[in-house]
Design a protein around this ligand. Sequence first.
Ligand code: 5GP
Ligand code: MG
Length: 178
Amino acid sequence: MHNDVEKILFSEEELKKICQRLGKQITKAFEGQKVLVVGVLKGSFIFLGDLVKNIDGDLNIDFIDASSYYNGTQTTSHVTISKDLSIDPDGKCVLIVEDIVDSGNTANFLVDYMKAKNAKDVKFCTLFDKPKRRQVAFTPDYIGASVDDNFIVGYGLDYAENYRHLPYIGILKESVYL
Ligand code: 5GP
Ligand code: MG
C-alpha cells in the first residue's frame, strides 16, 4: 500500500466486481442500441477502460474534460470544459461515465450539455456517489457504490494529480493535504 494512503476502501477485486455488475446492467438497458460512451477526464480513465470490457453491444468511445474542481479538495459550482468531444452526440444514446458525483454540479452540467447537443437519450454512470454532499439535485442512473465523505484516491482519482495509478481506492492520510 502507498505510504500516503490511510486505508484501502475498495480492493482491485472489489472494483472488478463492480465493473462486472454495472456492465451487465448497462448491456441489458441499452440492448440493440448503439451507445456513445463519454468518459469524463481524467478521473474516469481506468474505470471506463474496465467498464467497457464488460458491456456487450455496439459502442463508440469519447472523452470530455469537464470539472468543477480546482487543484484541491473543494468543489465549486462553476463548470468548465477544457477538452470537448470529438464525436457529435446529435441523435445518439449517450452514456456519461464519471469517477465520482459529489456536489452534482459537473453531472448536471454534462447532462444538460449533451441534451443541448441533441443527444437522443442521456444516461449517467458513476463509479462512486457521495449523495450527502449534493448542492444540486442529481440521481445517477448507474452507481458503483455510495461512499461517505472521505477524500479518496486511486483507480484514476487524484489528489493534485497524484495517485491516479494506484490499482485500488484508498482514503488519503489527512496529513497529505492539511
Ligand atoms: P462535483 O461537480 O460533483 O462536485 O464534482 C465531482 C468531481 O469532484 C469528481 O469528478 C472528482 O473529480 C472530484 N471529487 C469529488 N470527491 C472526490 C474524492 O473523494 N476524491 C477525488 N480524487 N476527487 C473527488
Ligand atoms: Mg471528475
